[in-house]
Design a protein around this ligand. Structure first.
Ligand code: ARG
Length: 406
């Protein structure tokens, strides 16, 4: 008898490893594992070995770093992508891409199901499921951990019974890494009052180093050079991660609202994302009108919320991208940043599209700004506010029988 095939998004971790065996034993599938490389720096040879040892009939490795950087990270930079103004969306951006790759393989392999190792408590299940259903609603989605309401302890017990190798040192935290950042959850940092121990971090260093500078150059909203060196986006992000992280910059620690209603304490380290978005926002302030900026803030917020919430595939996201791309045609120029002991600040910016005109802004002689125009403008600008205040005073005066009262 030939079994139906299921294609599993496989990371090599505990959840997805036990999934291979569950899919075989309980669901009677032949399992094809797919590992999508978004910059997690894992030992992919080992992962393949592990998948085969557990029983995958085929393993596929897909290097998606460049696609991730170009089609997911760059749009997020243009949208100043930060969920709840804090989280640079690293994990959230990678999920729809991973799901798409798994669907591609399912199509080629003529699988009847796709599978992932997400629990029912997080956001990732939403991102995987919605992407998969948007791409092919006919394929079955199997999520063993969620379907069987499994906990980590049950998974470990099952892994031991089934001789599924698990990491000798039980991982202290649940970590997700890609080129855009590292997400850290679980373990002792579930105590929201506890300062995360330094050992939780990898990209950010805690030495007291002196101050340092970095210069970022943008073209059409995307970073193209650092410190005068032009490089591809992946190398650029790596360079910025190293340089900025060395000054202790790039940690995010916040209480986050998950889509399913849970509030969770989340730790991220994303030096490059924090620095690049900070610089990008600053450059936008120089080249966009105040009307564009005000409206774009709403668009950015909506965009980030959609990505976080698993709605990458919704047409509104591409609608927003069109607006954002149009604004970015002016976001070219350079931004200088200073790092010092965990702090980051923009200290300079320049652009050929700058709307900052020194002859208008200057306090010195030589200003071309006609102050005479301001008097009338202020009168009209404040007209309704002045009228509203006057009306209240008049009404009070009448009620008091013509006497002033305070
Ligand atoms: N809270 C973040 C998100 O929803 C990160 C999830 C990270 N996953 C993990 N296994 N640590 O995007």
């Amino acid at each position: 008898m030939v079994n139906d095939k299921a294609v599993l998004a496989y990371s090599g971790g505990l959840d997805t490893s036990v999934c291979i065996r569950y899919l075989q034993k309980l669901y009677h599938f032949d399992v094809i594992t797919v590992t999508v490389d978004c910059g997690q720096n894992d030992d992919f040879k080992e992962i393949e070995k592990k998948a085969r040892a557990i029983g995958a009939i085929k393993h596929i490795y897909i290097d998606a770093k460049e696609e991730f950087a170009l089609n997911y990270v760059i749009p997020s930079i243009k949208a100043n992508g930060l969920y709840q103004n804090k989280y640079p969306l690293a994990t959230a951006l990678a999920r729809p891409l991973i799901a798409t790759k798994v669907m591609d393989v399912a199509n080629v392999e003529q699988a009847v199901a796709v599978a992932h190792g997400c629990t029912g408590k997080g956001n990732d299940q939403i991102r995987f499921d919605i992407t998969m259903r948007c791409l092919n609603p006919k394929l079955k989605i199997v999520a063993p951990i969620r379907d069987m309401n499994l906990t980590r302890d049950i998974e470990i017990k099952f892994a031991e019974e089934q001789n599924i190798p698990i990491n000798a040192v039980a991982n202290k935290y649940s970590v997700d890494l890609n080129i855009w950042g590292r997400s850290i959850e679980g373990g002792d940092i579930e105590d929201a009052y506890l300062e995360p121990p330094e050992e939780a971090f990898q990209l950010v260093k805690f030495s007291d180093g002196n101050a340092g500078y970095i210069e970022l150059e943008f073209k059409d909203g995307a970073p193209i050079a650092v410190d005068g060196k032009y490089m591809n986006i992946i190398n650029l992000i790596e360079y910025v991660n190293k340089k900025v992280g060395a000054f202790g910059v790039g940690i995010v620690d916040h209480i986050e609202d998950r889509v399913v209603g849970i509030k969770s304490r989340e730790i991220y380290e994303a030096p490059a994302a924090i620095a690049i978005i900070e610089a990008h926002k600053d450059l936008e302030k120089m080249v966009l009108t105040k009307h564009e900026l005000r409206f774009k803030q709403l668009v950015d917020e909506q965009w980030s919320w959609m990505i976080y919430s698993g709605l990458w595939q919704d047409p509104l996201r591409t609608d927003l991208d069109r607006f954002i791309d149009e604004t970015q045609t002016k976001v070219s120029g350079k931004v200088k940043l200073k790092m010092r002991r965990g702090a980051l600040s923009v200290i300079g910016r320049e652009s050929a599209y700058s709307l900052y005109k020194n002859d208008l802004a200057t306090f010195s002689t030589g200003s071309t700004f006609d102050q005479g125009l301001a008097k009338g403008f202020v009168e009209l600008w404040g007209l309704q506010s002045i009228t509203a205040n006057a009306v209240v005073t008049e009404v009070k005066f009448d009620r008091n029988g013509g006497k002033n009262s305070r």
